[in-house]
Design a protein around this ligand. Structure first.
Ligand code: BES
Ligand code: MN
Ligand code: ZN
Length: 498
């Protein structure tokens, strides 16, 4: 899809469709008013008949509106004017794009981007509209024998900004929105693929493709390499599977080699059956999503390369399966991590931390400016925060603040939980340096406490995306989160370094 920015008034547009907003109680938005006065009151006449109530997400497509250059006008409900905020704006954009997709228009000019929103500039509105376009075009039907032919003629979206002075910022926002949308699509595709296709080897191949497309340095460590490094914790999880484990290391250099990189570490469990501590069968299929942290790292690395951000970035993905097997970890087993610390595995289903800890130790060699790991780590995080916010824990408050702010800016929010010393004692083991679980209480926090013991040498933050990386039920599917948050974080970081 092509995007362009324009600052002409709606009645002058010669595109296939002009999209304007209507508030509840038939209150016209500014651009709807402009159209209406050119059309000599045609729109208000229609609203009076009660065909469009302005309810959030409602749409009405009109043809042949008098004195208007465009073939069609699409009215989009915005809800109550007083309650129109970020989420309402995003819903309106999604509704508009859905309705546009059902028309034959190849080109449309969308004026929702001109709606006033508290604390949001037009760059934000443009970026969100571009992302919504990406999301509405998304289909995952590659595994259906007869994919439905999606009707989609729309290939050019014109985004209106009120003032010419906003043009440059809006164009930058289009680029950023497209990079985020592409990164989300990559992350979603990988997430939605089943465990029998998206194996550690497949993830490594996908990473190779991202690297080749953007001339990135890539290294894939095999089991033998990991043995040499002493990654006894990661390898203990992989031992229960016939799929060989991979440690994928991608490097993007957008700045002077002397500049310390940001390192992203993504959990890449391509299927989590729990191991010997087997999970119950209900919804176990959703554990194909246990590599969504890894997928988001690939999506973000791709987006950063696409945007050519002036910073250095390393993506590390420990990838394996967690299955029951005669050679799998058993409750009570004790393993030695790459850091030398020993771990008593009291629950083999707490495997994410077992692979992440060795990946974090591996990250030390890059002398990172900051390390952020992203993982579908705990069911407890879904209980605590639901499907709205990702969990955030960090050993540095400045880094935590930057990530929280990035989440706000991207509308992909995270919420911080405490990483106080008080919680560490729950990980005490009688037989090893630590246990891999800390009991039911504060499960997200004790998981992060475990990881923190392998992140002593750098500023580190952990994003628990168990509740945000995918949706269950009728709309089951990967969400592409937290690609937007991380891209915003890195854009900000690269700007401050310049
Ligand atoms: N991948 C799961 C976490 C998960 C569970 C994410 C459900 C989303 C929905 C992780 O490996 C896991 O199994 N965690 C255990 C930890 C427990 C054994 C301490 C959990 O959350 O139950
Ligand atoms: Mn598990
Ligand atoms: Zn898991």
């Amino acid at each position: 899809m092509k995007f362009s920015i324009k600052s002409d008034s709606p009645e002058k547009q010669r595109s296939g469709c002009v999209v304007v907003g209507i508030f509840e109680a038939s209150k016209l938005s500014k651009s709807a008013e402009e159209l209406d006065s050119s059309a000599k009151g045609y729109l208000s006449e229609i609203l009076k008949r009660g065909d469009m109530d302005g309810k959030l997400g409602a749409t009405l497509l009109l043809h042949g509106v008098p004195h208007i250059h465009s073939e069609r006008v699409l009215l989009v409900g915005l809800g109550k004017a007083k309650e129109f905020r970020d989420n309402e704006y995003r819903s309106a954009c999604r509704a508009a794009l859905k309705a546009l997709g059902a028309t034959g228009a190849t080109e449309a000019a969308i004026y929702l981007t001109e709606l006033p929103l508290k604390n949001r500039d037009s760059a934000w509105k443009v970026e969100q509209a571009v992302i919504a376009a990406g999301e509405s075009a998304y289909r995952f039907d590659q595994l259906k024998s007869k994919p439905e032919k999606a009707k989609r003629s729309l290939n050019h979206l014109i985004l209106a900004v009120a003032r010419r002075g906003e043009q440059a910022a809006a164009e930058a926002a289009v680029k950023q929105g497209m990079a985020i949308a592409d990164g989300m699509t990559l992350a979603k595709n990988l997430g939605n693929l089943p465990g029998n296709i998206c194996t550690p080897t497949y993830l490594a191949q996908q990473a190779q493709q991202v690297a080749a497309a953007h001339k990135l340095k890539i290294e894939v460590l095999e089991q033998a390499d990991m043995e040499k490094l002493g990654m006894g914790s990661l390898l203990s999880v992989a031992r229960g599977s016939r799929q060989p484990p991979k440690l994928i290391v991608l490097q993007y250099s957008g700045a002077d080699a002397k500049q310390k990189p940001v390192v992203l570490v993504g959990k890449g469990i391509t299927f989590d059956a729990g191991g010997i501590s087997l999970k119950p069968p209900a919804e176990m299929d959703e554990m194909k999503y246990d590599m969504c942290g890894a997928a988001s790292v690939l999506g973000v690395v791709q987006a950063v390369a696409e945007l050519k951000l002036p910073l250095n970035l390393v993506g590390i993905i420990p990838a394996c399966e967690n299955l029951p097997d005669g050679d799998a970890n058993k409750p009570g087993d004790i393993v030695t991590s790459m850091s030398g610390q020993t771990i008593e595995i009291l629950n083999t289903d707490a495997e994410g931390r077992l692979i992440l800890c060795d990946a974090l130790t591996y990250a030390e060699r890059f002398d990172p400016a900051a390390v952020v790991d992203i993982a579908t780590l705990t069911g407890a995080c879904v209980i605590a925060l639901g499907h709205v916010a990702s969990g955030l824990l960090a050993n540095n408050d400045g880094l935590a603040r930057e990530l929280l702010d990035a989440g706000e800016a991207a509308s992909d929010r995270a919420w911080q939980m405490p990483l106080w010393e008080d919680y560490q004692e729950q990980l005490k083991s009688n037989f090893a340096d630590m246990a891999n679980i800390g009991g039911r209480a504060g499960g997200t926090i004790t998981a992060a406490c475990f990881l923190s013991r392998f992140a002593k040498k750098f500023d580190w933050a952990h994003l628990d995306i168990a509740g945000t990386a995918w949706k269950s039920g009728k709309e089951k599917g990967s969400t592409g989160r937290p690609v937007p948050l991380l891209v915003h974080f890195l854009v900000k970081k690269s700007a401050e370094k310049k």
